[in-house]
Design a protein around this ligand. Structure first.
Ligand SMILES: C[S@@+](CC[C@H](N)C(=O)[O-])C[C@H]1O[C@@H](n2cnc3c(N)ncnc32)[C@H](O)[C@@H]1O
Ligand code: SF4
Ligand code: SF4
Length: 314
């Protein structure tokens, strides 16, 4: 990867904690044995002042629940005040009317909320907490706050596509239509570095199955409701493949830098630490060059094989 002149996207994991226990999420394998850590505003400002002054999008997300960090709105406010864009990812559980108002007041550029079933019992089975009604109510408050403030915040629904959720797309589109939410991302269930347990075996769909879905019907329904739909694409395996490495960076809550969140289980992919170094030092490191050569040659890392994070419009 030839580094582009500047980093366009900085994804930062501001906490390692989560309030759900989604069966399919690497959160469990990543953090089960680690101490909980929340990034404080002062350290955020120190690292971002040094390495990312301006002209980027900061994505507040990781395999954790961003809203569990009490300083996250201060961080967003800081980024917005410096002219950067901010995107917040959440499971929606803590998105009460007060936080919805903060999002609208700060004119946060994007909020992704995860929703992939309208069946409360299935939600509870998948996520370990019987909280679908709370998420639906919170989505309503969020849209209401955005509308009444006249904010430009785009709400995006993240939908993890697996066997037991594939039949709910229409219902979720209908909900989005009622709430005025205009963007849906269908994410193929990733196995990650976990070995394929019974859950992934029964719920995971192959790329061929994924691509054989009736996207014509989904698009027609979404078009009627004014919703755009993206779905995971296997672009990561194509030549030239993933372009993220040259323009994006992922930071863990301990400020370790990686190309993306799917590499964090392999220390060989650690590019450096932004508490100890600047982004320029990280990007001129031997490690960055070594990984870069792989992507530059039109190839990918073994971890990319299962990646469902590159999208195409359906
Ligand atoms: C890791 S979460 C972070 C934000 C927040 N905790 C949430 O659940 O929305 C980001 C997105 O990744 C999805 N995700 C988690 N594990 C996944 C997996 N194994 N395959 C596909 N998507 C996954 C989540 O459902 C969510 O939509
Ligand atoms: S998908 Fe989100 S909410 Fe669920 S366990 Fe993972 S990080 Fe937590
Ligand atoms: S895992 Fe996916 S997003 Fe990450 S570098 Fe590989 S292809 Fe790109």
């Amino acid at each position: 990867m030839k580094p582009s002149e500047r980093i366009e996207t900085v994804q930062v994991e501001v906490t390692t904690a989560c309030n759900l226990g989604c069966t399919f999420c690497p959160h469990m394998s990543l953090y089960r044995d680690r101490t909980e850590r929340h990034v404080g505003f002062d350290e955020f400002r120190e690292v971002f002042d040094r390495s990312f002054p301006q002209w980027h999008v900061t994505i507040f997300s990781g395999f954790s629940e961003t809203l569990l960090n009490h300083d996250v709105f201060k961080m967003i406010e800081y980024e917005k005040a410096r002219g950067n864009s901010a995107i917040l990812a959440t499971n929606g559980l803590l998105l009460d009317s007060e936080r919805a108002q903060q999002i609208a007041d700060l004119d946060v550029d994007g909020v992704t909320v995860t929703l992939d079933t309208m069946v409360p019992s299935r939600y509870a089975e998948l996520r370990g907490v019987d909280a679908l009604p709370v998420v639906l109510r919170n989505l309503g408050s969020l849209q209401e706050a955005i509308r009444s403030k006249g904010a430009s915040t785009e709400v995006i629904i993240n939908y993890v596509l697996m066997r037991s959720t594939a039949g709910c797309i229409r219902d979720v589109l209908d909900l989005m239509g009622r709430e005025g939410i205009g963007s849906l991302f269908l994410i193929k269930l990733m196995q990650g570095s976990q070995s394929p347990g019974p859950f992934h075996k029964s719920e995971g769909m192959s790329w061929d199955e994924h691509e054989a879905m009736d996207y014509e019907a989904i698009r027609a329904h979404a078009d009627r409701l004014g919703i755009t739909v993206h779905r995971s694409s296997r672009a990561s395996l194509h030549d030239p493949g993933c372009s993220l490495p040259s323009s994006a960076i992922y930071l863990t809550s301990s400020w370790d830098a990686f190309v993306c969140p799917f590499h964090v289980n392999n220390v060989e992919y650690r590019l450096g630490n932004l508490k100890e170094s600047t982004i320029e030092e990280v990007r001129s490191s031997e490690q960055f060059k070594r990984l870069g050569a792989v992507f530059e040659a039109g190839s990918h890392l073994p971890e990319c094989r299962d990646c469902a994070c590159l999208f195409e419009l359906i």
